[in-house]
Design a binder for this molecule. Structure first.
Ligand code: PLP
Ligand code: COI
Length: 362
């Protein structure tokens, strides 16, 4: 890393200030991108080189580029938060860097060193800091680092050339409607990831595999899909883009264990810690769909929430499938859900003490 200097080429035509201000006042998730992007190239015989910040714009790509054919692609999601004093921070970037490395390993892509990952975030914020919204209404700058196989070759093997890029988009809450509990569609006929597959990697194919069920969910008034284990359709895994937590009447909380098929969510890990900090019991274990159905019906499970970088902590109001609907009569978010959400966002926006050293100034 020591010798990898970032070369910066400023965008000669950035969005005018007034237009940017208009966008970040009411940002729509992923709809507008900032003025720059980061690019770092990897070649098999040279390693990582040519780190650059360049104007945001299309990627000129050969139609035979490996990523377009064999899906050798991985990504991350991380946010930049503006604090009251104007400073800009991010949340647990080493964890995202490590997960990108694990995803790279699984998808036979080169592993980007943690220092380059974090420096690339810093470099992007140094030129696009004005795109980080004011800390109101959960507005942030969503940063999307990704890595693609960029070798022009149709043979099926790990590419000898890859590119790491970082782009960013100002965002508001992922789900419109504030803290209103969302409806979840249960994928009964479609699995996202199988044993020894790529479920634990943050790779585009997992998301492509989730979209058919997501369409079905949309048709049934649901905003996300819950996937079950591919082998037996018995155990709850996760949503298309979020992890899940279940709160029981006796005060304990359970979340599906990390068995290789679900994403190791950084929000999930942080929520587990915050629950432990409160002295509550947290179980990471297998959870069956039957347990959840009967638990909600019998009043044993009193809150369910989803969590992730994009979704933060989102209450779930009901689960639907072609077999029927099970949900909570109360249309309000649960007490623990709301208070964990307030604590986590408080840490991220700098209004609650960061006792675990999760925040990193950019
Ligand atoms: N599960 C999936 C499939 C995801 O895409 C995400 C989002 O990144 C998560 C869980 C939550 O992970 P994190 O909290 O690291 O954003
Ligand atoms: C994230 O939370 O960063 C994700 O990648 C999930 C997706 C819903 C955007």
């Amino acid at each position: 890393m020591a010798d990898l200097k970032f070369e910066v080429t400023r965008n000669p035509n950035p969005k005018p200030d007034a237009e940017r201000e208009e966008i970040i006042k009411a940002p729509v998730f992923g709809a507008n991108l900032t003025d720059h992007q980061v690019v770092v190239v990897w070649e098999k015989d040279k390693g990582w080189h040519s780190a650059q910040v360049i104007p945001y714009g299309p990627i000129l790509m050969d139609p035979s580029a490996a990523v377009l054919h064999y899906g050798q692609e991985i990504f991350e999601g991380i946010k930049a938060y503006r604090h009251q004093d104007g400073s800009i921070w991010t949340f647990r970037p080493e964890a995202n860097a490590k997960r990108l490395q694990k995803s790279a390993h699984r998808m036979a892509l080169p592993e980007l060193p943690t220092e380059i990952f974090i420096e690339s975030l810093r470099q992007l914020i140094a030129v696009d800091g004005a795109w980080v919204p004011e800390p109101v209404d959960e507005k942030t700058l969503y940063i999307r680092p990704f890595e693609i196989a960029a070798e022009n070759f149709l043979g099926v093997r790990a590419a000898h050339r890859a590119e790491f890029r970082v782009i960013a988009s100002p965002v508001g809450p992922y789900f419109t409607g504030g803290l209103k509990p969302v409806s979840i569609w249960i994928a009964l006929d479609s699995a996202r990831a199988g044993k020894h597959g790529t479920g634990e990697a943050k790779t585009g194919g997992n998301y492509a595999a989730s979209l058919l069920a997501q369409n079905e969910g949309y048709e049934n008034g649901c905003s996300q899909v819950m996937f079950l284990d591919a082998e037996t359709s018995t155990y709850i895994e996760e949503l298309g883009g979020m992890n899940l937590f279940f709160v029981y009447k006796d005060g304990h909380v359970a979340t599906p264990s990390l068995d290789g098929t679900i994403l190791r969510g950084i929000t999930r890990d942080s929520v587990v810690q915050l629950i432990k900090d409160r002295g509550l019991k947290i179980e990471e274990r297998k959870i069956t769909l039957d347990e959840v159905k009967s638990g909600i019906t019998a009043g044993e499970i009193v809150e369910v929430f989803a969590c992730g970088t994009a979704a933060v902590i989102t209450p779930i109001g009901e689960f639907k499938s072609r077999e029927g609907t099970i949900g909570f009569a109360d249309a309000k978010p649960g007490e623990l859900t709301s208070s964990l959400r307030a604590e986590l966002t408080g840490i991220q926006y700098g209004t609650v003490a960061d006792r675990h050293g999760w925040m990193h100034k950019l």
